[in-house]
Ligand binder design. Structure first.
Ligand SMILES: N[C@@H]1[C@@H](O)[C@H](O)[C@@H](COP(=O)(O)O)O[C@@H]1O
Length: 261
């Protein structure tokens, strides 16, 4: 696992967007796994700027969803599909056909989950999966206690996650669905490169447990320790509880210039 400590969220966004751009220059039809929440927004802005400046082409790029609320009507502005169409697909000028996601409004949710795992495999697998992290250490919507071998499935949100996400629903927790579909931790670990981005002091404890704690279902993001190519990009505030921070800084400062993330 590589830990990159950056001065601020904008720098983190730039570094991750550049990693995506490098991937797309090498593999123009790469499948990018994108995440929701506030943290990844600087990445999407930086990538759109690179596209606008002609630094990378995305006409063959494909994007896929990490998780989705269950039960929101199709087209609800806070469904993750709507959010990602608005924040990623449209700004990059991609066709909605280049976008893969699970159907959170399906009648048969287990079938929709299975179909999504099958669609990801049929698409050749995820090349780079961007992840945020919940304050309780969740990735996607894999709440604490999730099996580290889990596949895409329905989960029930914790009260804390519903409180955290109420800001997207007029601050009203009653509007936040209880159920979600999320790529399982086993599904996420199949992506070729995992990039977890965390900013702000509120994520410091979860980041420390992810990077320096034991691999345990109680901290779902700690499963990244099992992945051969996982990168954790954190700002100073999110890095503030890392004991190995001096080592991570020295390692990144000495990184050969030819080596991307
Ligand atoms: N399902 C999403 C996660 O994928 C995201 O990482 C988390 C953190 O969001 P934020 O980046 O806004 O803190 O929010 C939600 O729970």
């Amino acid at each position: 696992m590589e830990v990159v400590i950056v001065p601020d969220a904008a720098t983190g966004g730039e570094i991750v967007a550049e990693a995506m751009a490098q991937l797309l220059r090498r593999k123009p039809d790469a499948l990018l796994g994108v995440a929701t929440g506030s943290t990844p927004l600087p990445v999407y802005r930086a990538l759109a700027a690179k596209v606008g400046a002609g630094e990378v082409q995305v006409d063959r790029a494909r994007v896929c969803q990490l998780d989705e609320y269950v039960g929101l009507p199709a087209g609800h502005p806070e469904s993750y599909r709507s959010v990602l169409l608005r924040e990623v697909v449209e700004p990059l000028g991609l066709s909605p056909d280049a976008f893969l996601g699970p159907d959170g409004a399906a009648q048969d949710i287990p079938a929709a989950c299975q179909a999504y795992d099958a669609a990801l495999s049929a698409a050749g697998g995820v090349d780079l999966q961007l992840l945020g992290i919940g304050t309780d250490g969740h990735i996607g919507f894999n709440e604490p206690g999730s099996s580290l071998a889990s596949r895409t499935r329905i989960k029930t949100l914790t009260e804390q996650t519903r409180v955290d996400n109420a800001r997207f629903f007029d601050g009203d927790i009653e509007q936040v669905p209880h159920h979600v579909i999320t790529q399982g931790i086993g599904t996420i670990l199949e992506a070729r490169h995992l990039v977890l981005l965390a900013t702000g002091e509120g994520k410091a404890e979860a980041v420390a447990q992810t990077v320096e704690g034991p691999v345990a279902a109680i901290v779902p993001a700690s499963a990244l320790q099992l992945h051969p190519h996982a990168t954790v990009v954190v700002d100073e505030a999110a890095a503030s509880e890392l004991k190995l921070a001096p080592y991570f800084r020295a390692t990144y400062a000495a990184k050969p210039s030819w080596q991307g993330l």
